[in-house]
Design a protein around this ligand. Structure first.
Ligand SMILES: [Zn+2]
Length: 124
């Protein structure tokens, strides 16, 4: 069994640790992976709480939940990652079982030892 984020270690030893304690994410990429796994596992509070406080108020938990539960998450592909930027493709099936690819370049910020997702640019 591997973690939904694509790492070849168990969920319990990978993203679940970060879901329990976000300060366990030691890099922007680790937080990104944990956020993807949170979509798979429907950890809506985790997704919401790891938005940076500067952008969190634009978010709606119901919208996040709707997207998370109406999609079948297939896999995560990390294309590029630097200290604060992660470019990824999340492959999923939408509610009509059509293949979708969410391609995004996301920006992350570390505040008081905890990584947060700030915002992202959707790429074609
Ligand atoms: Zn993981």
């Amino acid at each position: 069994m591997t973690c939904p984020c694509g790492n070849t270690i168990e969920f319990e030893n990978c993203c679940q640790k970060i879901h329990t304690d976000p300060s366990c994410a030691q890099s922007a990429e680790m937080l990104m992976r944990a956020r993807y796994s949170a979509f798979v596992k429907h950890e809506i509070d985790f997704i919401y709480n790891t938005f940076h406080p500067s952008t969190r108020h634009f978010q709606d938990k119901k919208d996040i939940q709707q997207w998370a539960i109406s999609s079948k998450w297939m896999n995560l592909e990390i294309l590029k990652s630097t200290d604060t930027i992660v470019e990824f493709k999340a492959h999923y099936l939408d509610q009509y079982l059509e293949t979708q690819i969410h391609h995004e370049r996301s920006t992350f910020k570390k505040d008081q030892g905890i990584w947060y997702y700030v915002d992202g640019i959707i790429l074609p």
